[in-house]
Design a protein. Structure first.
Length: 64
């Protein structure tokens, strides 16, 4: 259950960071970069909280 919550939370934060990135690219503004960076860092934190070295680890290992 903890891995599922970690994976879901990490994925949600990553999608929010992607939305912020789109806004920054459309407006050509770097004002939101601190928020973007925080979302990515929190995404990794939640991923690692899920246990097992992170929920994304197995996905990235398959892609290599």
């Amino acid at each position: 259950m903890r891995k599922l919550i970690g994976f879901t939370g990490s994925h949600l934060l990553y999608l929010l960071a992607d939305c912020v990135d789109r806004v920054m690219s459309r407006t050509h503004s770097r004002r939101l970069f601190p928020l973007y960076r925080k979302l990515l860092v929190r995404s990794v934190d939640v991923e690692n909280w899920g246990g097992g070295g992170g929920a994304w680890g197995t996905l990235w290992a398959r892609l290599r």
